[in-house]
Design a protein around this ligand. Sequence first.
Ligand code: AMP
Length: 210
Amino acid sequence: MNLILLGAPGAGKGTQAEVICKELGIPTISTGNMLRAAVKAGTEYGLKAKAAMDAGDLVSDDIVIGILKDRIKEPDAQNGFILDGFPRTVPQAEALDAMGVTIDKVIEIYVPDEKIQQRMSGRRVCLDCGATFHTDFKPPKQEGICDACGKELVIRKDDEPETVKSRLKTYHEQTAPLKDYYKAQGKLTTVVGQEEVADTSKLTLEALKA
Ligand code: AMP
């Protein structure tokens, strides 16, 4: 099964991707995590991507499509995958179609902008393994330390309030049109993000089976 998780930054796509990953045993492919790893490693496309990411803008379609194309060829992705953060523009969705990838379902996690702004302020991420936590909704067992790998948790630069505003604007202008793109293909299901992560997960798993 090939899935896409759509939703504004901070809507909880990464968290729900982990839940689906456990349920279906297919990997999550997060272009955001891959780009952050590239920035950290100082690779050529990492250097190109960094300025756009720090400003809350999108990285160019060419770069992101290139890394996605390579990633889905990996052996672990042959029985299906969950795309978290890709596609983010209509040209990226068209590129997926052109790669011959069949998308089975698109799950939109809907959370109003005001809630997103509240949530982002508490988000913490492990720069080493990419796991995400939240000071209120999903606290790590030990404050500031990643449950998965024991490394330090940090606030992402692009989770700063001004950057969040600009990321939401980018989402509405460039990514939200994908809802119509996949609605027209009869693949879109919307899950309303709940206060409790477990409640959203229940709705997400139901949407998956529907
Ligand atoms: P995320 O972790 O998915 O919120 O992504 C963090 C940042 O990486 C975004 O704000 C973009 O700058 C960049 N990024 C991630 N995925 C994409 C994509 N599919 N297209 C363009 N930029 C992306």
